[in-house]
Design a protein around this ligand. Structure first.
Ligand SMILES: Nc1nc2c(ncn2[C@@H]2O[C@H](COP(=O)(O)OP(=O)(O)OP(=O)(O)O)[C@@H](O)[C@H]2O)c(=O)[nH]1
Ligand SMILES: [Mg+2]
Length: 509
């Protein structure tokens, strides 16, 4: 985001944090009769840097000031505050009690000042940039509406989009990005419920707040929800509408007589010649297709797989890692439901119907969990269990999710979820990325109990420390992405998958 776009208020928050931490530090070093330098300015600068990196300042001044974005952010600020006090203690001689006093002084001062200035920041920088999805006529009317000008300006508008117009949606998302939009406002006159839902999810997936113009402004019937107002313009906030509980979920492909579930099983495999035959042999009947994504195996994985399952479609990934393999497999799938199945024998193919049932019962995404009643693992070590618990907890705190088993690769989903996933990571963090993006898009997730068996033979490709850190990085990155209106969006990846699928389908008889 160009710096010029940041309002003055946005820059005040880091200054407030720097000043508050400096004051607390100077006071404590004065009382402790120790040298403030070099703890000052290094520790306050580190604090502000850490806040910035973690996205505490948000894309808008108000959000950072009010600590919005989930219960995780105040906690995170406290943790960074503690880190600040600890860093200061390394740079200047203060004892444990003084370190604690520094932490307390900073927290009280900083949280207090932020609370006092939050409304002021809103007033200082109140003009939101809106992208309107609707007629140019409505955009003109909004622009002409004087009371709104103090609060928002319509920076761009896109023609009403058709429910299935993924190209149009990609254009709209690009527009949001290009115009640094703070909010997408959808004129409800032009789409039915399914279309509106699709639009809302597409925009929310990139972290843009979405509002709908209630119908009176569209000159149609009255809205069912009670609108809030920005600059006198009534708007329906779709925050609650996108939440799982309040959304009357109709399920995918539920039109009577037209629904057919075509299950594609995507199997990433690298050097699994000792396991793949057994896994494929246990697959249930009635699958649409099985796609093996070979990771340039040095053994006979492909041959063994072809022998065990003659109709298997084999594709070889061009990049490296499980993330890249899944991306390749998803692009090649021609079914409307994808099951992700490991080739090492850990995931039980007999559980596939359980995943499919959960999806047919109305979920968008069925997530395997070893920690639900009926689930379990014969393959997980204590270290990995602790790590998974820590990572699941961190993700749930920062993303407001309820995953019981974040780092488990046995999942299934309707193909229409793909545009919201856009896999852009190569390795084992891919599962976390998928889970968080699906949750971020407001999709309905059903956790399914799953039992993880021992790998039949061969060695694991996973490195707990390296991959754990990558998962943690993904959790933080996705939290920042969700919070930032201007973060990268999944359009490019989605478009690539669509294109690859079209090419794959064109190549079929
Ligand atoms: N195509 C491809 N498949 C991979 C790659 N890395 C891992 N896989 C496959 O992904 C699945 C899961 O990998 P594993 O090494 O078993 O990792 P894990 O299941 O997370 O860890 P363990 O519990 O130790 O087995 C297996 O079927 C692997 O063969 C890769 O780079 N390319
Ligand atoms: Mg495994």
């Amino acid at each position: 985001m160009p710096l010029a776009r940041r309002g003055m208020a946005w820059w005040l928050l880091p200054i407030i944090d720097f000043v508050c931490s400096s004051l607390a530090l100077l006071a404590v070093t004065l009382i402790a009769r120790s040298d403030a330098f070099p703890a000052w300015p290094v520790a306050p600068a580190l604090l502000v840097g850490a806040y910035g990196l973690l996205g505490v300042y948000g894309a808008r001044p108000g959000s950072g000031a009010r600590g919005e974005g989930g219960a995780g952010w105040p906690v995170l600020r406290l943790l960074v505050g503690a880190l600040f006090a600890w860093c200061a203690s390394l740079l200047t001689p203060i004892d444990g009690a003084e370190q604690l006093a520094l932490f307390a002084a900073f927290v009280i001062l900083d949280f207090g000042v932020r609370a006092v200035v939050a409304p002021l920041l809103q007033d200082l920088d109140p003009v939101e940039r809106w992208v309107l999805v609707g007629d140019a006529d409505i955009a003109d009317r909004l622009r002409a509406y004087a009371p709104l000008r103090k609060y928002a300006s319509v920076v761009a508008s896109v023609e009403p989009l058709e429910p299935d117009d993924s190209a149009g949606r990609a254009r709209a998302l690009e527009l949001v990005d290009r115009h640094d939009a703070d909010r997408v406002v959808i004129s409800t006159a032009h789409a039915d419920d399914a279309g509106l839902l699709g639009l809302v999810r597409a925009f929310k997936a990139v972290g843009v707040p979405v509002s709908m113009l209630p119908r009176p402004l569209d000159l149609l019937e009255a809205p069912t929800a009670r609108p809030t107002r920005i600059g006198g313009v009534p708007l329906i906030e779709v925050e609650s509408l996108a939440a799982r509980t309040s959304l009357p979920y109709k399920g995918p492909d539920r039109r009577i007589g037209t629904r057919t579930t075509k299950v594609t099983v995507v199997v990433p495999a690298m050097n699994e010649e000792g396991n793949i035959a057994q896994v494929l042999g246990e697959l249930p009947e009635g699958l649409h297709e099985v796609v093996l994504v070979d990771g340039n195996s040095k053994d006979n994985t492909i041959e063994v797989a072809r022998r065990a399952y003659p109709s298997i479609r084999v594709t070889t990934q061009t990049g490296k890692g499980k993330g890249d393999a899944l991306r390749t497999g998803f692009a090649a799938a021609t079914g409307n439901l994808i099951v992700m199945l490991d080739a090492d024998g850990s995931a039980d193919p007999a559980e596939i119907p359980r995943f499919v049932e959960a999806l047919e019962a109305g979920a968008d995404f069925a997530k395997g969990s070893r920690y639900l009643p009926g689930g379990g693992s014969a393959d997980i070590t204590l270290l990995r269990k602790l790590g998974n618990g820590f990572l699941s907890g961190t993700a749930n705190m920062l993303h407001g999710t309820h995953f019981t088993d974040l780092c488990y690769g046995y999942n299934a989903f309707w193909v229409r979820c793909l545009p919201f996933i856009s896999l852009d990571v190569p390795g084992f963090e891919v599962e976390t990325l998928i889970n968080l993006r699906i949750a971020g898009a407001g999709m309905k997730i059903a956790e399914v109990p799953s039992y993880e068996k021992e790998r039949i033979s061969g060695a694991s490709n996973l490195n707990a420390a390296r991959d754990g850190i990558r998962v943690l990085g993904t959790i933080f990155r996705e939290a920042r992405r969700r919070r930032s209106v201007h973060a990268e969006h999944p359009v490019a990846g989605a478009a690539a998958i669509e294109k690859a699928r079209a090419a794959a389908q064109a190549g079929k008889p």
